[in-house]
Design a binder for this molecule. Structure first.
Ligand code: ACO
Length: 483
């Protein structure tokens, strides 16, 4: 493409930048030579307009609600494929032949155990440790047990990939067993990927787990729908971490950490918290919607950085959710509240004018709940699904000969050069934030100071200890020398 973009700046200066076009027609200004030729950089906080790489894995059009893995529409993959096939597709670019699928499944099966010594690590976590915390730690620990050679052959790379896809699932199930204090159940060569996971989660030495094909299909579809989503927060974390040539287990651990947050993979837990709060407060959802419009709360599972219409994954999730909850004995009143919330939000100008529609997380929590997956495992399930996507991006980057370390720039807004102040001349009463803003003692306007409501929710889940009974913050011990 010969199209150029011309920028005027400074005193009648001009620079021409090449335009590039993707295989689905999306256009971009290639600014890679901008700083070198002009001294200018671009500022795009939260990367709203920034393409960070070229990728051939996933295409999504947020205006039209389109999502495709390697060119295949998500709707077809969700109904016609199994998760293991989709994992292969993401990683290697083509749907596997029966022979290739057989070999890949066999490799996953053979790689599903984790080193016996790693089981001791689980014992050292406190009771009720959050499974996401355990998962991210244990995945980073795999690097010590399964060393990765600096120069990897194709076969070694295939093994590392199989280890991660398979072992993340084993660790996830073990972390749940640790959480509930039951013995860990080993993976079995007799079971397929999802059945194996459910068996490790729910069977015990005294009780066999009865597989329900509808639940197996629902979880398999859940995993497919979460398998990749191009340059989202956690995948970008994976690419940035991987660009330093860090160990691949540490790279995937970074992705898991980024996924944990409420704005990203943690939202599926958030939706169930909201529905639960609405049920217990006797609200029909309208009060909650008003609170969301007044910015007192966020309607989790709604809104998306890229989708400005329905998230295609949310449509599939909603159908799946109805199918599962219509099964005898599986009805859940929460679905009525979810649908009422959706209906109310989608007829409200606040949500419509901001293009806020249900995202993948809105109905997924209900599916997991119906399948018996405990609340604090929801984001872990997301991580199992996303692992092939993270690995596909890591692999794509690894094989890109132009790949360099990711290193964004910034606009410095802190204090200019100033003279050092000796200790006895420093005034108290506040501090300068990292962005240069002076924060007086007691000022809680900083957005990172969490709301009371959020802190309460977290505390209820026993993630953080309650303050001492007299409510006094436990301050530093003045008898301890500091310097
Ligand atoms: N409820 C209420 N208002 C919302 C919501 C929501 N869920 N999401 C966005 N808004 C409002 C914002 O307050 C803002 O309003 P304003 O223009 O009056 O200031 C406007 O919509 C734009 O919102 P931003 O936060 O600027 O949008 P951004 O693209 O940065 O964030 C995000 C996207 C994080 C997904 C946001 O919509 C959100 O927090 N949603 C709830 C959490 C969630 O479901 N996350 C999962 C996303 S999918 C995934 O990661 C798998």
């Amino acid at each position: 493409m010969n199209e150029q973009c011309t920028i005027n700046y400074g005193d009648n200066k001009q620079v021409s930048l090449p335009m590039m076009v993707g295989s689905e027609g999306e256009r971009a200004i290639d600014i890679s030579t901008l700083r070198k030729n002009t001294g200018l950089i671009t500022l795009d906080e939260a990367y709203v307009n920034t393409g960070s790489c070229k990728s051939a894995i996933t295409y999504l059009d947020g205006e039209k609600g389109i999502l495709r893995y390697r060119g295949y529409p998500i709707e077809e993959l969700a109904t016609k494929s199994r998760f293991v096939e989709v994992a292969y597709l993401l990683m290697y670019g083509e749907l596997p032949t029966p022979k290739e699928l057989d070999a890949f499944s066999g490799l996953l099966n053979n790689s599903s155990l984790i080193h016996e010594d790693m089981r001791h690590f689980f014992l050292a976590f406190p009771n009720h440790a959050h499974p996401m915390g355990i998962l991210t730690t244990m995945v980073a620990s795999l690097s010590s047990f399964y060393p990765v050679p600096e120069e990897m052959s194709d076969e070694e790379e295939r093994q590392v990939i199989a280890n991660l896809v398979s072992q993340v699932r084993t660790i996830a199930a073990f972390s749940y067993k640790k959480f509930i204090g039951e013995p860990m159940i080993y993976p079995s060569y007799k079971l397929r990927f999802v059945e194996n996971f459910l068996n490790m989660m729910f069977s015990s030495p005294v009780q066999n787990y009865q597989q329900d094909p509808d639940i197996v299909k629902a979880i398999d579809t859940f995993l497919i729908l979460h398998a990749d989503h191009e340059q989202n927060c956690s995948t970008s974390a994976v690419r940035i971490t991987g660009s330093s040539l860090a160990n691949v287990y540490a790279v995937i651990s970074a992705g898991i950490s980024a996924l944990w947050g409420q704005r990203h993979g943690g939202a599926n837990q958030g939706v169930i918290s909201i529905l639960d709060e609405i049920v217990t407060s006797g609200d029909d959802g309208r009060r909650f919607i008003e609170d969301a419009k007044n910015k007192k709360v966020r309607l989790m599972g709604f809104g998306h950085r890229v989708y400005k219409t329905f998230d295609p994954r949310a449509k599939i999730m909603k159908e799946l959710c109805h199918k599962l909850l219509n099964k005898p004995g599986m009805a859940d009143p929460m679905i009525d509240i979810a649908m009422r919330l959706e209906e109310t939000a989608l007829s409200d100008d606040y949500f419509l004018s901001r293009n806020l529609y249900p995202n993948v997380d809105f109905y997924s929590g209900l599916i997991l709940k119906a399948a018996g997956i405990p609340f604090n495992m929801f984001t872990v399930l997301f991580a199992i699904g996303r692992t092939p996507g993270w690995l596909a991006h890591w692999r794509e980057m690894r094989h890109d000969k132009d790949n360099r370390i990711s290193r964004p720039r910034q606009i410095y807004v802190g204090p200019p050069m100033r003279n050092y102040i000796p200790m006895d001349k420093r005034a108290g009463g506040g501090r300068t934030s990292l962005s240069g803003r002076f924060i007086a003692d007691g000022d809680t306007s900083n957005p990172f100071v969490k709301s009371k409501r959020f802190t309460e929710t977290v505390r209820n889940e026993r993630f953080i200890p309650a303050p001492p009974p007299d409510n006094k913050p436990s301050g530093p011990d003045s008898s301890i020398a500091r310097g």
